[in-house]
Ligand binder design. Structure first.
Ligand code: IPM
Ligand code: MN
Length: 360
C-alpha cells in the first residue's frame, strides 16, 4: 500500500496562499507519479486572523502541527500589522516550539536564471547553508533599563549552548557527507565551511569553532573543514561561490548571508528553505516575504514555494519525487521563463505551476 502524508498548509499573508497553492499542485502531481498520497489541511494563521482575533497563533497550534507529517508555509507579513508581531508570533514561535533547529537554505542557480554575479553560472553557484535556527541572537536574553533616558541601556545577547551548537554541527557534517559535491569547487573533498566571527565574538564563535574542529577530527575525518569570518563569507559568496559546498553558521549570520545567497541565485522568487527538526515536524517555506503589493494579481513567482515543496518531500524520504521536481523546475527555468521577478516571468503564477506540474 502506498504511503499517505498529512501536510499542514499555512498559506499566510499577501501572496503566500497563491504560491502555496502552486506548490500543492506540483506536489500532488509528483505524488501521483511516484506512488504516494498527500492530504492537505489548511490553516488560516496570518495577519487577517490576527486583525480579527488579536491572536497571532492559538496556543494549541504547535500541538496541532505535531500531528502532521510536515508543514508548508506560504509567507507571513501583513501591511496593517506592526512589524515583528506576526514574525515573532507565528513564524519564529513555530520554529522554536517545534524545535526546528536547522534552517536549511540551498543557494542554487538554476539553468537560465540570471545572476548578478558576472561570469558565474549553475556550476559555480551551488551550495547549501545550514543556518542554526533555535538560538543565538534570536533567543538570547535581553532587555532595556532606563528606557527613554539618556542613560538607556539596551541588551540583546548572543547565547549559544554546547547542545545547540553540537546538534547543528552534527546535522551539517552529516549533510556534507551525504551531499557529495566531489570534484566540484576547489578541492575534491566534501567540505563543510564554518562561517563565524572568531576575531571579535570570542565567546560564542569560539565555542562553535572548538566543537566544529573536535567533531570533525573525531567523527568526520574525511570531510574537509574550512573556516570563514562572516564578512569574508559575504565577499567569497560573490567572488568565489564555487568554493562552497556546505556552510554552517549561527542564526543571525545565517539569516543575513542567505539573503545575499538568494540574490546570487536569482532572487527571492526562487529561494527556498526548510525549518527542520530531524526528529520532529519540519516546516518548508519560500524565504521571501508576503509581497502584499502583488497579492491576487497572478504575477508572483511560485518557484521558491515549489522548491520548498521538493525539500519537504526530500525530508520525508521521497527523494526521487523531490529530485524530479527539481529537474522539472530546472527545465522550466532553462527553457521557458523570461525572468524570476514578479510580473517578469513571461507567464502568470498559475501557469508557472502548470508548467512544472506538466512534467509529471
Ligand atoms: C527569514 C526571515 C525571518 C528571520 C523573519 C521574518 C523573522 O527573515 O526567515 O529569514 O529573521 O528568520
Ligand atoms: Mn531572513
Amino acid at each position: 500500500m502506498s504511503k499517505t502524508y498529512n501536510i499542514a498548509v499555512i498559506g499566510g499573508d499577501g501572496t503566500g496562499p497563491e504560491v502555496a497553492q502552486e506548490a500543492v499542485k506540483v506536489l500532488l502531481a509528483a505524488a501521483a507519479k511516484h506512488d504516494f498520497s498527500l492530504e492537505f489541511t489548511d490553516f488560516d494563521f496570518g495577519g487577517e486572523r490576527y486583525l480579527e482575533t488579536g491572536e497571532a497563533l492559538p496556543d494549541s497550534a504547535s500541538d496541532e502541527m505535531r500531528t502532521f507529517d510536515s508543514i508548508l508555509l506560504g509567507a507571513i507579513g501583513h501591511p496593517d500589522v506592526k512589524p515583528g508581531i506576526l514574525e515573532k508570533g507565528i513564524l519564529l514561535r513555530l520554529r522554536f516550539e517545534l524545535d526546528q533547529y536547522i534552517n536549511l537554505r540551498p543557494v542554487k542557480l538554476f539553468p537560465g536564471v540570471e545572476t548578478p554575479i558576472k561570469d558565474k553560472g549553475p556550476a559555480e553557484i551551488d551550495y547549501v547553508v545550514v543556518r542554526e535556527n533555535s538560538g543565538g541572537l534570536y533567543t538570547g536574553t535581553g532587555g532595556f533599563s532606563m528606557k527613554g533616558t539618556e542613560h538607556e541601556v539596551a541588551v540583546q545577547s548572543m547565547v549559544y549552548t554546547y547542545h545547540q551548537v553540537a546538534r547543528c554541527l552534527k546535522y551539517a557534517y552529516e549533510y556534507a557527507a551525504k551531499r557529495g559535491k566531489k570534484s566540484r569547487g576547489v578541492g575534491s573533498e566534501n567540505t563543510l565551511g564554518l562561517c563565524g566571527k572568531t576575531n571579535v565574538l570570542t565567546y560564542a564563535y569560539d565555542l562553535w569553532e572548538r566543537v566544529f574542529i573536535q567533531m570533525g577530527e573525531k567523527e568526520y575525518p574525511d570531510i574537509r573543514r574550512d573556516y570563514y569570518h562572516v564578512d569574508a563569507t559575504c565577499m567569497w559568496m560573490v567572488k568565489n561561490p564555487e568554493w562552497f559546498d556546505v556552510l554552517v553558521t549561527g542564526n543571525m549570520f545565517g539569516d543575513i548571508i542567505t539573503d545575499l545567497g538568494a540574490m546570487t541565485q536569482g532572487g527571492m522568487g526562487i529561494a527556498a528553505g526548510g525549518n527542520i527538526n530531524p526528529d520532529g515536524v519540519s516546516m518548508f517555506e519560500p524565504i521571501g516575504g508576503s509581497a502584499p503589493k502583488y497579492t491576487g494579481q497572478n504575477v508572483i513567482n511560485p518557484l521558491a514555494a515549489i522548491c520548498a515543496g521538493a525539500m519537504m518531500l526530500d525530508t520525508l524520504g521521497e527523494t526521487e519525487a523531490a529530485a524530479a521536481i527539481e529537474t522539472a523546475v530546472a527545465d522550466v527555468t532553462g527553457t521557458k521563463l523570461e525572468g524570476m521577478a514578479a510580473g517578469r516571468m513571461g507567464y502568470g503564477t498559475t501557469e508557472v505551476g502548470d508548467l512544472v506540474a506538466d512534467h509529471f
